[in-house]
Design a protein around this ligand. Structure first.
Ligand SMILES: [Zn+2]
Length: 426
């Protein structure tokens, strides 16, 4: 199987470091609802994992929740809501949406606030190596002491700065040596939550949270680190810089997998532009399978624009697939579809070409429906629809998401209960 690697900018043969494929995916910052862009990221990762398992790989999968962050605190302030209850509410909402879409739950689902000791330990190590410095109760990573800063995104310093500024960097922070140095630990601001640390009360920087969580659960080297394309810089660049110097193992991540952005009305779907398409809203008109086939009909590396007419077409395909499994064929000649599965595997092996694979699935469904009309024996072909459907995370003729999907999310919820996170039953 071949997979594109952002680090090398090429499609490479996929081989994991060890017996398990270790996957980390940057999770949500829970302060608002799941939009189609989030759904594209997490269903693309879900298909990748399901396909790896189909190929016989064993997967260990960690996804985090960034439950302490500037955005959450700002939103909580605006709404006059406690930051914890805001985060809990939207975490529960995200879980409901993922269950509805039949997305595999991660094996570990840590929240950043559960990992403060591990984060502090990592910051201490970075200070010891001389790559981080303290100033004004904050700790910063000094980028000019790490020669390899920029190797993932391959941007010049001049190009990096405006992008970082757009994504949470404060270039005017007077305590920094360089405007691009990034925060590992930030001193408590009035009215903000804080934790005790060797540098005084404060809270972690965003980038270090993911590095601490990924290495805590998966070790110093990962096979795949995924996330939305907009996380490549500075978030993932910072993650490499935080891990490789202290782990002394390279590369920290074998395959960097970035999922493209979803557009609507000519702009990237984003809160600030107000052009979001919410998964919850779509689910009132379309079935989970229609949404998943529509999402899967786009290659994960190609950005695309939301178009309701396309989604309507995939609702028809989802309905047809259900029909093709509910109806029985006859005892005529067996419908031969061997080439379809081969073509499907060939497409998926080629950097997860789901765009092609969905078209193969659609052709197979049409053939089976024709076969049923012609009273052909379609049992084997129906089995192939199920196999492909399972890789796409489809519910098909079942009434609910798969039991193991629901059970897995419920396990996480049980652990979260003490924090006050409860999703509506599904
Ligand atoms: Zn992350």
């Amino acid at each position: 199987m071949k997979l594109y690697n952002t680090l090398s900018r090429t499609v490479e043969e996929f081989n994991p470091y060890g017996d398990f494929v270790k996957i980390y995916v940057c999770g949500i910052t829970p302060y608002d609802t799941t939009h189609l862009g989030h759904a594209f990221t997490y269903t693309s990762v879900d298909i990748l994992i399901r396909y790896l398992e189909f190929k016989g790989f064993k997967v260990r999968y960690v996804q985090n929740v960034t439950d302490i962050d500037d955005d959450i605190l700002r939103k909580a302030n605006e709404e006059g809501e406690d930051w914890r209850s805001l985060g809990n509410r939207w975490t529960a909402h995200f879980i409901e949406d993922m269950r509805m879409l039949n997305v595999k739950p991660p094996d570990q689902f840590p929240r950043a606030t559960e990992m403060i000791p591990q984060i502090i330990e990592m910051v201490e190590k970075l200070i010891k190596t001389g790559l981080a410095y303290q100033a004004g109760g904050n700790v910063y990573f000094q980028i000019d002491r790490w020669d390899e800063f920029g190797k993932l995104c391959k941007l010049s310093y001049e190009d990096m700065l405006p992008i970082a500024n757009e994504r949470g960097n404060n270039p005017n922070d007077k305590f920094k040596n360089d405007p691009l140095d990034f925060v590992l630990w930030q001193a408590k601001s009035p009215g903000e939550p804080s934790w005790e640390s060797p540098w005084g009360a404060g809270r972690p920087g965003w980038h270090i949270e993911c590095s601490a969580m990924s290495t805590h659960f998966l070790g110093n080297v990962l096979d795949i680190h995924a996330g939305g394309y907009d996380l490549c810089f500075p978030h993932h660049e910072a993650e490499i810089s935080q891990v490789e110097p202290i782990s002394a193992q390279k590369p920290f991540v074998k395959f960097w997998t970035h999922i493209a952005m979803v557009y609507h009305d000519g702009e990237k779907m984003s809160k600030s532009l107000g052009n979001l398409i919410m998964v919850r809203e779509l689910s009132k008109k379309f079935t989970p399978d229609a949404i998943r086939l529509y999402l899967g009909s786009h290659h994960y590396r190609d950005s695309w624009s939301y178009d309701e007419d396309d989604l309507i077409a995939y609702q028809r395909l989802a309905d047809d697939a259900q029909q093709a499994l509910k109806l029985s064929g006859g005892d005529g000649e067996e419908l031969r579809i061997d080439a379809r599965m081969e073509a499907f595997i060939e497409a998926m092996d080629n950097d997860l070409d789901t765009e092609k694979a969905v078209q193969i699935f659609a052709s197979l469904v049409a053939e089976v429906l024709e076969g049923i009309n012609a009273r052909a024996n379609v049992l084997q072909a129906q089995g192939t629809i199920r196999k492909m459907g399972a890789i796409f995370g489809l519910i098909l003729d079942e009434v609910k998401p798969e039991k193991w999907v629901l059970d897995g999310w419920n396990e996480h919820l049980k652990r979260f209960e003490k924090a006050g996170i409860t999703a509506h039953s599904s």
